[in-house]
Design a protein around this ligand. Structure first.
Ligand SMILES: [Zn+2]
Ligand SMILES: [Zn+2]
Length: 387
């Protein structure tokens, strides 16, 4: 029987796990109930379980046979600080918390693969199941790495996936090389001198200065980065002032930058600092720039991307596998793990419905068997018993 059918036999259990996780969303580094559920479930399957790897992270290890080969499979566990708009029975029970990125489904999928692998044991080597906290911009991958993840649980190769709304259910999409952009957050604090709103001549206006900085920053992607390269600078927050008739002392410009090539990151950061401080100086104000790397670009190794696509094609057929998907300007912190150990990250279609980070989003439970089968077959083929 194909793996997909064997895993579909306990699809109802995976759906129950997923919907339970959906009812109890926890944001980054607060995944206490979630990681406890993961750890207890893995223990029940017979895994060697390590809790508290990177605060609330969990690693489950299963060794079969004598081979020294190893593989790491990663799923993220955190929810988002937002209010769910759905009204179905498994909606969030916690105000202001929602699994709006499908990490509940990623976790349930990896648990499904865990169950299958422990029951069938058709591999020779060590499987490390990595349940990561805090993917949503809070540094969960780096927290696990700083806690010695890859020293304590060495992996020859790493794989992960993300559900993809707008991609048909059970279709796969991947590309070799760079797939997702790097991401940074920035805060530019503009300091001037306040005054009465009727007498701007007595001020150094930080609001006007901030507005000029915002427009000037767009010259970086438009004029400094080559047209064939990708770069985004989005100012998403402007703050300053409390009254109609007071020029404030200070204003803040905040936002995010995205890129693929390291040299483009350098252009963005260097020029942002120069433009912000230079424009501020021109107005007699000052600007301080805090530019923080949050996500590295996600880069698939060519061999592992091909391998993951081959495994996906074995499960759903070549026609449902896109091996040359478009670049994604969104980011993903699994990239930091892939900087240490080669591997690949693949998208699996969530079917029609709301996009991730939307209050009406929900992970499609029908996707669970496809994702669990992918994880399971990645192990069985990478750690094949017949070599
Ligand atoms: Zn997300
Ligand atoms: Zn996500």
């Amino acid at each position: 029987m194909p793996v997909l059918d064997k895993i579909k036999a306990f699809e109802n259990d995976m759906t129950a796990w997923r919907q339970d996780l959906h009812r109890h969303p926890e944001i980054g580094f607060e995944e206490k109930r979630t990681s406890d559920f993961v750890a207890r479930t893995l223990e029940g399957f017979g895994y060697e379980v390590h809790r508290g790897v990177g605060k609330t992270g969990v690693v489950g290890r299963l060794k079969v046979g004598e081979s020294s080969r190893s593989i790491g499979l990663r799923a993220d566990m955190d929810a988002l600080p937002m209010q769910e708009a759905n009204t179905f029975a498994h909606r969030s029970t916690i105000d202001g918390r929602m699994h709006a990125c499908g990490h509940d489904g990623h976790t349930a999928s990896l648990l499904g693969a865990a169950r299958y692998l422990a029951e069938t044991r058709q591999f020779d080597g060590t499987v490390n199941l990595i349940f990561q906290p805090a993917e949503e911009g809070l540094g969960g991958a780096n927290a696990m790495l700083a806690d010695g993840l890859l020293d304590r649980f060495p992996c020859d190769v790493l794989f992960g996936f993300h559900n993809a709304p707008n991609l048909p259910l059970g279709h796969f999409a991947i590309r070799p090389g760079p797939m997702m952009a790097g991401g940074a957050f920035f805060d530019i604090i503009v300091k001037g001198k306040g005054s009465h709103g009727a007498h701007p001549e007595f001020s150094v206006d930080p609001v006007l200065t901030a507005c000029h900085i915002v427009t000037a920053l767009q010259s970086i992607p438009a004029r400094n980065v080559g047209a064939v390269d990708s770069a985004v600078i989005s100012v998403t927050r402007i703050e300053g002032g409390d009254a109609y008739n007071v020029v404030p002392n200070q204003a803040a410009v905040r936002g995010t930058a995205r890129w693929f090539k390291p040299e483009v990151l350098k252009i963005i950061e260097t020029n942002m600092r120069r433009i912000a401080t230079g424009v501020a100086e021109g107005f007699g104000a000052t600007a301080e720039v805090d530019f923080r790397l949050i996500f590295a670009p996600l880069v698939n190794s060519a061999d592992d991307a091909t391998f993951a696509a081959d495994v996906a094609a074995e499960i759903v057929g070549e026609a449902k596998v896109n091996r040359a998907r478009d670049l994604i300007m969104g980011s993903e912190d699994f990239s930091f793990m892939l900087e240490k150990v080669p591997g690949a990250y693949i998208n699996i279609g969530n079917g029609d419905g709301a996009n991730v980070h939307n209050p009406s989003y929900d992970f499609n439970d029908a996707l669970l068997p496809y994702a669990a089968s992918l994880y399971a077959r990645l192990v069985e083929r990478r750690l094949a018993t017949n070599r």
